[in-house]
Design a protein around this ligand. Structure first.
Ligand SMILES: Cc1cc2nc3c(=O)[nH]c(=O)nc-3n(C[C@H](O)[C@H](O)[C@H](O)COP(=O)(O)OP(=O)(O)OC[C@H]3O[C@@H](n4cnc5c(N)ncnc54)[C@H](O)[C@@H]3O)c2cc1C
Length: 333
């Protein structure tokens, strides 16, 4: 593999904006992501939710925001290494080499880690046969509400995701039940009120005990934790929203200073390892906010500091993009 100027580990919103800015500054770029598609949490966790705090967008669906971030982030043709988890970081004379789970070695001059919460996996309900029904009636989020049209759906959980999905799915599903083990919720009060006054059936003090079906989920046995009664209810789909486990995994072994699962950076968004920057949810510093609006700003700064690291004659300030002719991509402003 060729050595690139900058490798971006993580293709979420912050990694994508870093990719755009690095391209704008004439740097060669590679994005590595363990997921098969770009977009990070926007694509993987909440594609159908509206985001209200993007500058210039009073309201935008997460999947539409991801689509446009991807278009912008890939406009300078970065090399993409998707479906590969970075497991090792080896320092060499010209920078670093990242080794991925597939055994590929990716040399780079600088590195921006935009790994979010790290590689994440959904928390499972933990009943026998659960894995066999994944993609055949059980999912841990909603990729497209259309798949639920006319179906009987059970949403498991008591937090924002569960309540939001229960409301959204009412628009398309035949019926929606919200299954929660208690009568106390972690969701926003207003959303709880909306769900309670909607057609969603609240199945409280219920836990999923058994799954039934052959090729596809057909029914679920719910255990009432108060009375110990069991009910068998017919569902075509269970949407399990009881959280995600995330871990920085191998990144923790890269000799970086880590605090509470986040990488400590200085005012230039550089880690304790020279030429290795961290931005977005994965980075921490005094006053850190885990938001897209602030994370993409961190990405711009990190790229500009990486640029001056590689080319000391380059200005830190990138100039105004409105002054550029983006037809002439690849030119260093
Ligand atoms: C339900 C929900 C709603 C939200 N709503 C909002 C909102 O309204 N406004 C807002 O500003 N923020 C919101 N957020 C938070 C926002 O999504 C995050 O702040 C944002 O996604 C962080 O972007 P990122 O690029 O830092 O990381 P991520 O989006 O997490 O992307 C990180 C990427 O790195 C990859 N990765 C991690 N480790 C490795 C590895 N070792 N090798 C290869 N790839 C790796 C992951 O696969 C992932 O694709 C919400 C979050 C959730 C869960």
């Amino acid at each position: 593999m060729d050595r690139v100027d900058i490798t971006i580990l993580g293709g979420g919103p912050c990694g994508l904006f870093a990719s755009f800015y690095a391209g704008l500054r004439g740097m060669s770029v590679r994005i590595i992501d363990s997921l098969p598609e770009l977009g990070g949490q926007l694509t993987a966790l909440y594609p159908e939710k509206f985001v209200f705090d993007m500058p210039g967008f009073p309201k935008v669906l997460a999947k539409d925001l991801a689509r446009d971030l991807i278009a912008q982030g890939t406009q300078f043709d970065p090399e993409l290494a998707l479906g590969e988890t970075a497991s090792e970081l080896i320092e060499d004379e010209e920078g670093y080499t990242l080794v991925t789970s597939s055994g590929n070695r990716y040399p780079t001059r600088t590195l921006i880690i935009a790994a979010g919460a790290g590689a994440f996996s959904p928390t499972k309900i933990g009943v026998p046969g659960e894995d066999d029904f994944v993609g055949r009636g059980i999912s841990y989020g909603v990729r497209s509400t259309e798949a639920f049209r006319g179906k009987r759906v059970g949403v498991v959980g008591g937090g924002d995701s569960a309540f939001d999905w229960a409301l959204h799915l009412l628009d398309v599903a035949e019926s929606v039940d919200l299954i929660h083990r208690r009568d106390v919720f972690r969701a926003h009060e207003d959303t709880v009120r909306q769900v309670q006054s909607s057609a969603v059936n609240m199945r409280l003090f219920r836990q999923v005990k058994e799954l039934h079906g052959d090729d596809h989920l057909q029914a679920v046995t719910l255990l009432n934790s108060e009375t110990k009664d069991e009910d068998r209810l017919e569902y075509d789909h269970l949407v399990v929203c009881i959280g995600f486990k995330s871990s920085l995994g191998p990144i923790k072994d890269w000799g970086l200073t880590i605090e509470k699962n986040q990488i400590v950076v200085n005012g230039q968004f550089e880690t304790n390892r020279s030429g290795v920057f961290a931005v977005g949810d994965v980075a921490t510093f005094p006053g850190k906010l885990k938001l897209i609006a602030t994370g993409v700003g961190e990405a711009v700064s990190a790229v500009c500091f990486a640029k001056t690291r590689l080319d000391p004659s380059a200005k830190l300030f990138p100039g105004h993009s409105s002054d550029l002719d983006l037809g002439a991509v690849g030119q260093t402003p």
